[in-house]
Design a protein around this ligand. Structure first.
Ligand code: GLN
Length: 194
């Protein structure tokens, strides 16, 4: 059975767990959702979701626990939101451990501090969606020579959602809405690879 892990180290983990369960139910698919904390739990996953939170903290723990190696060695599809987006990149504007699965560089806190958090309608997959931005990053740049990179959403000239192969990086928080659209997209991609 396909298994999606929700990386439970720090940040908005339970919200992702709940909306992933909801997405699986909506889709009527046979997918197991599990909260994972250590490399050996991550190893058995086909897809992994990395929540928002503090990317420096999450990145340090990922590295200490060898979770980055397990992700790469097992070709696990990763969906990162907010801090998760930062971690998926190869570069950011701060010296911190990253997983570097995607050929992107990410600007942390593009939209300012906690008090500058906002909600805005955005468009993704041809649909209107509510973007919740909390100390959100945006894309700095990506490797334009990579044919497997697809920009999924732009807001006021900033790239806020991008895909490379099975990996998905988005700067906003779908787990804080009721809408399972983005989670369903990721899950469908993971099922398609298995
Ligand atoms: N700015 C945070 C970071 O870079 C991310 C904020 C969030 O995940 N809500 O770690």
């Amino acid at each position: 059975m396909v298994k999606i892990g929700i990386l439970n180290l720090q940040g908005a983990v339970s919200e992702h767990y709940d909306i992933t369960q909801k997405a699986v139910k909506n889709m009527g698919v046979d997918v197991e959702v599990e909260s994972v904390r250590y490399a050996e739990d991550v190893e058995t996953c086909d897809g992994l979701i990395i929540s928002g939170g503090e990317s420096t903290v999450i990145g340090k723990l990922i590295h200490q626990r060898g979770i980055d190696e397990v992700i790469k060695n097992n070709d696990i599809a990763v969906f990162g939101t907010c801090a998760g987006m930062v971690l998926l990149g190869k570069k950011t504007d701060f010296d911190q451990p990253l997983i570097g699965l995607m050929d992107i560089s990410v600007k942390r806190n593009t939209y300012g501090r906690q008090k500058d958090s906002f909600e805005s309608p955005i468009e993704i997959f041809g649909k209107e969606y509510l973007g919740v931005f909390i100390r959100a990053p945006a894309l700095d740049d990506y490797d334009h020579s990579k044919e497997d990179i697809k920009v999924l959403s732009v807001l006021d000239d900033e790239i806020i959602a991008i895909q490379q192969g099975p990996h998905l990086a988005i700067s906003f928080h779908p787990e804080l809405t009721e809408d399972t659209l983005v989670h369903e997209y990721f899950i469908r991609g993971v099922i398609g690879r298995n």
